[in-house]
Ligand binder design. Structure first.
Ligand code: GMT
Length: 375
């Protein structure tokens, strides 16, 4: 198949998932055409079946807000016409689903019917999409998609709760390439971070309010009172300055390091002993799944779709949002006893394997085939 994938090219989970999906489909022999404004961060090197089409948004003195959605729809039309595209798969509804609707209408006038698949990822529904400035357009373009998918049952339920739509939503869980993440930790690197064998705790996110990074710090400080530990904070975003100043005044400030945005999560995660994700909401929590694939137990909140991936008391623990005392107590339970820790590690890997790329990507492939056959 010739598949066009539209996504955000950034570190966000939706862009990461879309890029990994495209790479996996390309390995299976499909031709993948990424359409976005910048090379996706996880794309990596050259692949004979992968093509990247940059959306250019010409500026003009009249435009206070350059019309990205118009440029995106026009690029979709161009790519479909010139690369014999069979379907458009857009990740994150805003503005990709409405741009795809526009492209589809233009192509229909030219006598081409191109199916549009929209995958909902989370904030496009639960935060941004339900805002009334966007919701009429999001509702319409979801309804007009040929197939609508969500990355968890929770996100499916949230979509029906916030939007007046009747379109069936198929749940296809996010996935991870376990082989890539399940590596031996780089010992020299581990030693550099934790020279005296301290436990290494990692949090990775876009440092937005919804991630509650302040709870990561509070939880870490409680853990560090009981167990020698180091905290690595990966990623960047609006809350980072606030979090940095919060850590400057705390007792364990020398044990907390900000690493900024990192592309090679598969090298960093294996050095961790625990992953913290205390988010206010996660439709899925791809970062937690990648941690589990690296054999790292997860301490998280029980919000959104997290209970669909984490088995409480097995590969990690979940607490109510904001209950940092419970999160710390659970972390200590896992970390203080080597035998318990070994069991949680092994279970984390087992659980990640259920979401392995090899189990999930064929679900997308079968759905594409079905929609093309239905034409
Ligand atoms: O978490 C974010 O703020 C980024 C966001 C995105 O759209 O890139 O992530 C969402 O999609 C990911 C991939 O499906 C999910 O794993 C995240 O849980 C989800 N984030 C939220 O729901 C807050």
């Amino acid at each position: 198949m010739n598949i066009a994938i539209v996504c955000y090219p950034t570190f966000g989970g939706s862009g990461v998932l879309a890029t990994e999906l495209g790479k996996a489909l390309a390995d299976m022999g499909h031709s993948i055409h990424f359409i976005t404004y910048q090379q996706p961060v996880r794309l990596g090197g050259f692949h004979a079946n992968i093509f990247y089409h940059e959306v250019r948004v010409p500026t003009y003195p009249l435009f206070d807000f350059p019309p990205y959605e118009t440029a995106l729809a026009s690029t979709m039309v161009d790519v479909v016409n010139n690369h014999a595209i069979d379907l458009l798969h857009v990740h994150y509804a805003i503005p990709h689903a409405s741009a795809a609707y526009m492209a589809k209408q233009i192509l229909a006038k030219q006598g081409k019917h191109i199916p549009v698949i929209t995958t909902l990822h989370g904030t496009d529904i639960t935060l941004v999409g339900r805002d009334k400035t966007y919701s009429p357009v999001v509702t319409f373009s979801m309804e007009e998609s040929d197939v609508l998918t969500a990355v968890s049952n929770n996100l499916k339920a949230e979509t029906y709760k916030y939007f007046d739509i009747v379109k069936p939503i198929e749940v296809i869980y996010n996935f991870v390439d376990v082989k890539r993440f399940h590596k031996k930790p780089i010992t020299a690197f581990k030693k550099l971070i934790a020279p005296d064998g301290e436990r290494i705790i990692i949090h990775a996110s876009n440092f937005r309010k919804v991630k509650r990074v302040d709870d990561v710090i509070k939880t870490f400080l409680l853990i560090a009172k009981e167990i020698p530990a180091k905290l690595l904070l990966i990623g960047d975003g609006p809350e980072r300055p606030e979090i940095e100043s919060m850590t400057r005044n705390c007792t364990a400030k020398d044990d907390i390091k900000f690493l900024g945005k990192q592309e090679q999560m598969e090298d960093l995660l294996p050095i961790a002993d625990l992953f913290l994700l205390p988010s206010e909401y996660e439709s899925f929590g791809l970062a937690a799944l990648e941690a589990m694939a690296a054999e790292v137990p997860v301490i998280s909140s029980n919000a959104g779709g997290l209970p669909e991936i984490i088995i409480n008391g097995d590969c990690g623990y979940m607490s109510n949002v904001g209950d940092v005392a419970d999160m710390a107590a659970n972390a200590i339970k896992i970390l203080k006893d080597d035998a318990v820790y070994a069991t949680f590690k092994a279970n984390a890997l087992l659980q990640a394997q259920r979401f392995d790329i090899e189990n999930i990507v064929p679900q997308y492939e079968a759905m594409y085939q079905r929609i093309i056959n239905e034409l």
